[in-house]
Design a protein around this ligand. Structure first.
Ligand SMILES: Nc1ncnc2c1ncn2[C@@H]1O[C@H](COP(=O)(O)OP(=O)(O)OP(=O)(O)O)[C@@H](O)[C@H]1O
Length: 308
């Protein structure tokens, strides 16, 4: 569990982070969103002490990080940044091995970990181990960057706009890969993004920041349906919120017995997918793969219920 207690950081006249307190449970993803200059990156860097707090504390599993040597802390906390940050003159394998080597892991353990992570990120180890970063696509380099951050099995992974440089197709894939990998490894993640949809899709909790303060720290559904301030409401986009909310729920709960025509929708589709398919194909009901149907009426009733 990560606890931030009254964290503040001043830069001269500017208060980049202003009295922030929040808790991230082990194995959860917390996403920091907010306008440019709201303090997201500074808050992230206060956690691994790339930036020193003016006041306040960071506790990991109850231990104040101020009492830990900085190098020890950085090895327990993975850090992945936009544009991957790979060392350009080191192979993929050497990049991933950076922290395990610092920790003095035996070579056999490091080699096994490199292959395990490459396979996890769907990069064939034999083909990618010895490549140089310039021989990777942007999406592949990004995955290697995240693999490197995870190499020494950190308690916590900090990610600063990790998918910012990717196109929307690769970005969606990288997001769902991250979710899967996070579930498999149980890593606690704190992630900064500008993209509200990314926050809604990835976050167990979302912290909305403005001028150094956290205005609301809640589940995506709470943020969407009960924005704490007009700023939060505007940031999540009043015209988009209905669709964002639909994207949080699978079709399972509204699937009912019945028959419908046309191409079936996947059983793990979201309510948003189902609505889009109804609108696109001009159907009032969709068959669901494996049996049952989803109707436009049920989608509408569900959306009305979520708003209450
Ligand atoms: N090293 C620094 N020296 C002086 N001011 C700084 C420094 N780092 C950040 N700031 C200021 O602190 C505030 C918060 O910056 P920060 O980078 O944390 O915001 P951000 O929300 O991550 O922004 P962005 O989304 O644009 O990356 C800004 O006003 C910024 O100018």
């Amino acid at each position: 569990m990560i606890e931030l207690r009254n964290l503040t950081r001043h830069y001269g006249e500017v208060t980049a982070v202003n009295d922030v307190s929040l808790t991230v449970q082990t194995g959860q993803i917390a996403v920091l969103v907010g306008t440019s200059g709201s303090g997201k990156t500074t808050l992230l860097r206060l956690i691994n002490r790339l930036v020193q707090p003016s006041s306040g504390q960071v506790l990991i599993d109850g231990a104040d990080t101020a009492s830990l040597p900085v190098h020890h802390l950085r090895r327990r906390i993975g850090y992945a940044i936009q544009g991957d940050g790979l060392f350009p003159h080191r192979t993929v394998a050497r990049n991933i091995a950076t922290v395990p080597r610092l920790l003095g892991w035996p070579k056999s353990r490091i080699d096994a970990r490199i292959d395990e992570l490459l396979a996890l990120f769907q990069l064939e180890p034999a083909a990618f181990r010895d490549r140089m970063p310039h021989q990777l696509s942007g999406g592949q380099a990004q995955r290697v960057g995240v693999a490197r951050a995870l190499a020494a099995k950190p308690d916590l992974l900090l990610m600063d706009e990790p998918f910012g440089a990717l196109d929307s197709v690769i970005r969606a894939k990288a997001q769902s890969d991250l979710r899967d990998i996070q579930r498999q490894l149980g890593t606690t993640i704190i992630l900064v993004t500008h993209d509200i949809q990314e926050a809604v899709q990835l976050g167990d909790r979302i912290a909305v920041m403005d001028r150094g303060r956290v205005l609301q720290y809640d589940s995506p559904a709470q943020i969407l349906t009960q924005p704490a301030t007009p700023f939060v409401r505007d940031l999540i986009g009043p015209t988009e919120r209905a669709f964002r909310l639909l994207s949080l729920t699978g079709i399972g709960p509204i699937t009912m017995p019945g028959e419908a025509h046309g191409t079936p929708i996947a059983r793990d589709a979201t309510l948003r997918d189902a609505l889009a398919e109804c609108l696109w194909s001009g159907r009032d009901a969709l068959p669901v793969q494996g049996g049952g149907i989803v109707t436009l009426d049920a989608l509408r009733a569900n959306a009305a219920q979520d708003r209450q």
